[in-house]
Design a protein around this ligand. Structure first.
Ligand SMILES: O=P(O)(O)OC[C@H]1O[C@](O)(CO)[C@@H](O)[C@@H]1O
Length: 434
């Protein structure tokens, strides 16, 4: 066992009024079975590519890993599903302030904020940088913009600019440019949704160049896949998690908080946030995902969770073995303890006190956080989301509402002269200038 899912604080009698009973499962037994069957049927029909890609050959990436040895830096350009999974795995395995001098420096360009792009370009030697431009549609504004800026700069400093660029796309402008220029190119399968794509070239191509063991990562996902194909809900963690969130949602728990007690999982939380929000939030239905980081967010959000509207379900994630630990010198109750003992005690304390306050909570306890266990965790959440979509009877694999804002932005850009985008009238109607 390397990951334990503990449901005691949601199923136990102590929490009964706000929690979930076995009767709740019995009452929707048919619905659970149908949700399971639908996911398996969609997989058979080749509609859920994310369940298939983990069985694809990963040898193709080893050539790229070898190729990347000539570079000092890696820049990944992408948005949402085209970058968050890669960030989650990179930080989950390596850490936030990872600073091994023998390893490449890794940067993620995931916004249209000019300061961020400028600052990254300012500190890297572009000639020694391998740039990944990743977009399923090939047309996402932020990704294209950052790519066009970097490509132009590369062209300005070296005739050999083509060797610095790798494109992962399916269609669109990015693919057209890659075809025209003959850049190294990986296709993204059409039947894999962006936010479910980290185990395709989207994640594996850049990750294998960042000294991440992609074989162990995929092994973890495959292991979880076996469990998630079990029809018995008590042996299928994704079906169990989805059902618990579904029952909780129907009991008014409209917010799902994910609270890891390890900084390395913060980006995993951001990845989960997109997955749950874009997949589940539609047709007037949705459970808002919130990411909190233990222990520090005990000092910012816990008051609300404990004493505010009783509309949340919380999932804690704990990691037993930290990579490093530090001893605290003797002083009051901290007396010769370690930081890991402190953070574990803080998590336990919060869990017990939330349970006493009848706030339903689940714990995912991981023995050690590495490629294998994060592969398991990511695949667990992908399957949980697929089951949740079926339970809620919505399509978890599209995001039609996001398109509206993109269309208006494009129109604004097309209509206005270069660099003179003006606020449209309605946004100026009620306005205080200070
Ligand atoms: O991979 P693409 O096509 O650049 O899309 C990036 C992200 O943008 C979205 O379409 C939302 O705008 C996400 O669903 C997607 O992950």
């Amino acid at each position: 066992m390397n990951i334990e899912l503990n449901y005691t604080n949601i199923m136990d009698e102590i929490i009964y009024e706000e929690g979930i009973s076995l009767l709740d499962f019995v009452n929707i037994k048919e619905k659970i079975n149908t949700a399971y069957d639908k996911v398996m049927q969609k997989c058979k029909n080749d509609e859920l590519g994310f369940m298939k890609i983990i069985y694809d050959d990963i040898l193709i990436y080893y050539e790229l890993k070898e190729y990347s040895k000539d570079f000092d830096n890696i820049v990944v350009i992408g948005m949402g599903g085209s970058i968050l999974g890669t960030q989650a795995i990179y930080e989950g395995v390596k850490g936030i302030h990872y600073n091994d001098l023998n390893d490449k420096k890794v940067y993620f360009l995931d916004n249209s904020d000019p300061e961020k792009t400028f600052e990254i370009l300012n500190i890297i030697n572009l000639k020694k940088t391998l740039v990944f431009a990743i977009s399923k549609s090939g047309n996402t504004a932020e990704t294209l913009a950052n790519f066009l800026i970097i490509e132009e700069k590369l062209k300005g400093i070296t005739k050999d600019y083509k060797k610095n660029i790798v494109v992962v796309a399916n269609t669109g402008e990015l693919k057209n440019i890659a075809d025209r220029e003959g850049y190294k190119f990986y296709r993204m399968p059409e039947n894999v949704g962006g936010r479910f794509s980290v185990f395709s070239a989207v994640g594996l191509a850049p990750l294998c160049c960042m000294d991440i063991d992609i074989e162990a990562l995929i092994e973890g996902a495959k292991e979880m896949d076996k469990l998630c194909r079990n029809k018995d809900i008590f042996k299928n963690p994704a079906l169990m998690n989805a059902t618990i969130h579904y029952i909780a949602y129907n009991k008014g728990k409209t917010i799902s908080v994910l609270m890891p007690y390890i900084e390395r999982l913060h980006k995993f939380g951001l990845w989960y946030r997109q997955l749950w929000a874009e997949s589940i939030g539609k047709n007037g239905i949705g459970q808002t995902p919130v990411i909190s980081l233990g222990a520090k967010d005990q000092h910012s959000q816990l008051q609300l969770y404990m004493d505010g509207l009783k509309n949340i379900i919380i999932t804690f994630i704990t990691v037993h073995k930290f990579k490093y630990d530090l001893k605290i010198r003797s002083s009051n109750y901290l007396n010769n303890r370690t930081l890991s003992t402190l953070i574990h005690s803080e998590q336990k304390g919060t869990e017990i006190s939330l349970t006493n306050n009848k706030i339903p909570n689940i714990s995912i306890n991981i023995d050690e956080l590495n490629e294998y266990t994060i592969g398991k965790l990511i695949y667990l959440y992908e399957m949980q989301t697929a089951f949740m979509g079926e339970l809620l009877e919505i399509n978890a694999f599209n995001q039609p509402a996001v398109e509206g804002g993109k269309i208006i932005t494009r129109k604004l850009l097309e209509e206005c002269p270069v660099d003179e985008i003006k606020e449209s009238k309605p946004t100026k109607k009620y306005c205080i200038e200070i």
